[in-house]
Design a protein around this ligand. Structure first.
Ligand code: AQP
Length: 330
């Protein structure tokens, strides 16, 4: 069975973009692939975190995976820092990565531009840790949103470089980027993607937002000029709202345009709010229905399964590099 690996950071409010761009596809793919879904808490350290909040968010993201439909009987759910091989392989890959190629990453450039007091080295090295996450599991497919495309290309380059220099070790992974929903845009600025790190809470709908907040955010969402409700690339704010509506109702663009013919933005926003609230209600109930004990049991069994594979890959990598510890000489 081929493998998939993906993850999300336990930072900020997990939003509809994360669900529609990534999580939704994990749920669909999990029965066709041996699946590993990680809460990437080491990635979260690239920005300052409150330790208590980070620990709580890490559990919350694991709950969101389960509530979305990740089945722990068929998929492995685990926390990145529980498997130390992620950081170990990241160091090794850092030694074959070039500073110039990391500096070319658009996400690094965007984040570096925003830092006032010097950019943390972790922000530059972020995609190398992501490469380690993926390569440790000899992953075939990585279901992610569009923003991760460039990082996945870097992962492939690092794997190919390692294989060329030290012998065939890593599988070269492919990205799985959905045709629709790979880039859900901010509600307050349709030129920017919906992001957890956005300082404006109005810009995204968090999966744990209550009904009133969702209605208010959608009511205030920016729109474009023009009145006709139709999918139109020249009207990105409207198209973003329609794309969310499309994915949650599973109706075709034609059906949606017919449905909204002669109606205005207020009607669209109101109906979209109903759809989002109805979608999130059972989802939120499931999040709160998972007991702490059950969650810990799932994460522990995930840690064990992930560790077994990660350890075997690291053994192979160390052998390739001549890093033999005392135990491996016996
Ligand atoms: N707007 C989006 N539309 C579609 N997919 C998205 N993803 C993120 N934003 C969108 C995908 O969600 C997965 C988890 O990504 P993440 O944890 O990095 O979330 P984020 O919202 O991107 O978080 P941040 O804190 O705002 O991080 P930065 O600033 O690093 O982007 C991924 O598969 C991602 O593609």
């Amino acid at each position: 069975m081929k493998r998939i690996f993906s993850g999300a950071q336990p930072t900020g409010g997990f939003h509809l973009g994360n669900y529609l761009g990534a999580l939704r596809n994990w749920v669909e793919l999990q029965r066709e692939y041996e699946s590993f879904f990680c809460v990437v808490n080491l990635h979260a350290l690239t920005n300052p975190q409150d330790p208590k909040e980070l620990a709580a968010k890490t559990r919350e993201v694991a709950r969101l995976y389960l509530a979305a439909g990740i089945d722990p009987e068929v998929s492995t759910i685990f926390i990145q820092s529980d498997v130390p091989e992620h950081a170990e392989l990241a160091w090794i890959l850092n030694c074959i990565a070039r500073v110039a190629e990391l500096e070319r990453m658009t996400q690094y450039k965007d984040k570096a531009a925003k830092q006032r007091e010097g950019v943390g080295a972790g922000i530059l090295n972020y995609p190398v840790l992501m490469a380690a996450d993926i390569l440790l599991y000899k992953t075939d497919l990585v279901p992610v949103g569009h923003d991760q495309k460039q990082h996945l290309e870097l992962t492939r380059d690092l794997a190919e470089r390692f294989n060329r220099d030290y012998g065939e070790t890593f599988r070269i992974p492919e990205a799985f980027i959905p045709k629709v929903g790979a880039r859900i845009m901010s509600l307050s600025n349709p030129q920017k993607k919906m992001a957890k790190s956005d300082e404006n809470p109005q810009s995204s709908i968090a999966l744990l937002d209550d009904a009133e907040t969702i209605r208010r955010k959608l009511k205030r969402a920016v729109t474009d000029s023009g009145t006709e409700i139709r999918f139109d690339e020249t009207r990105p704010a409207l198209t973003n709202l329609l794309t969310i509506y499309r994915l949650l109702t599973q109706r075709t663009p034609q059906e949606i345009e017919e449905h909204f013919a002669g109606k205005g933005y207020a009607q669209l926003k109101g109906e979209l709010a109903d759809v989002v609230v109805e979608f999130l209600r059972p989802f939120q109930e499931r999040v709160h229905g998972i007991s702490d004990e059950e969650l810990e049991r799932i994460l522990e069994s995930g840690r064990e399964r992930a560790s077994g594979i990660a350890r075997a890959t690291m053994e192979e990598v160390k052998n390739r590099l001549g890093l033999h510890g005392a135990h491996s000489r016996n």
